[in-house]
Design a protein around this ligand. Sequence first.
Ligand SMILES: Nc1ncnc2c1ncn2[C@@H]1O[C@H](COP(=O)(O)OP(=O)(O)OP(=O)(O)O)[C@@H](O)[C@H]1O
Length: 422
Amino acid sequence: MIVIETFNVTKDFRIIDDKPKTLKDKILRINKKAEKKIFRALDNVSVSIQEGDVVGLVGRNGSGKSTLLKLFSRIIFPTEGSINIKGRVCSLLELGAGFHPDFNGIENIYMNASLFGLSKKDITEKLDDIIGFSELGEFIYRPIRTYSSGMYMRLAFSVAISVDPDILLIDEVLAVGDSAFQQKCINRISELKSLGKTIVIVTHDHSIVEKLCNYSIWLKNGVVKAEGHPKEVIIQYLNDLADEENNRLNQEEDISVTTLSNTPINENQDFPVSELSIDASVDRWGNKKVRIHEINLLNKQGEKKRNFRTGESLIIEMNYEIMSNNKNISFGIGLFRNDGLCCYGTNTDVDKIDCSKISTNGIVKFIVDSCEFLPGEYWLDVAVHSKEGEPYDYIVKAKKFMFFSERNDIGVMRVDHKWEIT
Ligand SMILES: Nc1ncnc2c1ncn2[C@@H]1O[C@H](COP(=O)(O)OP(=O)(O)OP(=O)(O)O)[C@@H](O)[C@H]1O
C-alpha cells in the first residue's frame, strides 16, 4: 500500500533580495526597494513510498530534501501539485522544535508528545521508557536550555519513537548524537522497520542509507534525479558529485593557468611557470637540463580527470624535453594528502627503470592500475633529476586531485584484506 504519494509537486519560496547594488547604495543605504524573487525549491516531484519502506533522501545542500520532508509532515504546503499521506506522521525535523527552553525534560516530554496526539495518561505510561531511552539521567530535571545539541536530540528522538507513528520523518538529527546513541537510534529504527513502520530519513551519511534503507531518492536542484535501490542511487549520486568536482577543479585549473600567464616571473624561479598547465601556489626549481612541459592526470580511458574513485586507475602523464645530450635522468612523483602527509613517492631510478635511451621529447607515464587512496584532497609533486639528485626540474603542488568512495573505511589508503571468523 502506498502511504506517501506526491503528484507533480512544486514548491516555490518567495525571497527578498535587498542587497545594495552599488557601493554608494551600501554606504548611503538608499536602495530601500527590496526585489522580490521566486525560488523554486522543488520542481515537479512525483514520488511514492510504500508502507514499511525505509527511505533515504540524499542530495547536496539545498537540493530540497528538507523541503520535501516538511511537505510530508504538512508544516508547509505545495505551490503546485498534491500530496497524499496515509497514517499518523511524527517528524523529527528540527532539533527541539516544539520544546520550551525553560521547561525541564519531563515537562517537555508531556508538551511535545501531546502535540503528536498522545493523551496525558498515555504519556505517563510511557514516561519511564522515554526517559530510559534518552539516557539523560539527572538532566531530565533541568531546563532544556542547558542541554547540549546531542541531549536535545536524545530527548526529541525518544519522544518521537514513543508516539508510535505510522510514518516517522527524520531530518539529519541523527548526526548530532554521539556514536553510541546514534547506534541505539539506528537499532530502534530497525525495530520500527521490522514492525512495518514507514520511515523517511534525510542524511548525508551514506552508510546509514545503505544500512537502514530499502529505497533511496536522490534530489538535485529540486528535481528527482534517481530513485530505487540505495546502493545504486548512491553510486549515481557520488558519480555526479565527482563529475561536478572534476569540472570545478578543471575550471580552477583554467583560472590558475590564466592567472599564472599574467604573473611576472619570480627572478629566483628558473622556469616561466606560465608555460605549464599546473596549479596555483607553484614552487618550481632546477637547472633546466630536462624540462617538464605538461602534466596531466588521466583515467584508464585516457581522459583528463581530477576526481577518482578509490580503486580506480590513476595515470600521471608528463611531457618532457631533454635540453642537452643527457643520459643521466630519473623521473619522480610524490603524492601528498592536503595536510602535507606524504602518501607515496618513488622515481624511475628507485624502480630500476632505464631512462638512458629515451628520446629527446616524449611522455613519461606513472600508471597505477588500482589506486586505493581513501577520500580526500591530494597534491602531486613531480621531479626530474639526475640519479645522484642534481635537480633538472622540480615542481611542488603541480596538480590537485581528489578521491571519493561510497565505502566508509578510514585511514590513508585501502589495504587489500579479507576477514576470517572461526
Ligand atoms: N522558507 C524558505 N524561504 C526561502 N528559501 C527557502 C526556504 N526554505 C528552503 N529554502 C531554499 O530551498 C532550497 C532547498 O532547501 P532544503 O532545506 O530543502 O535543502 P536540503 O536539501 O535539505 O539542504 P541541506 O542538506 O543543506 O539540509 C534551498 O536553496 C533553501 O535555501
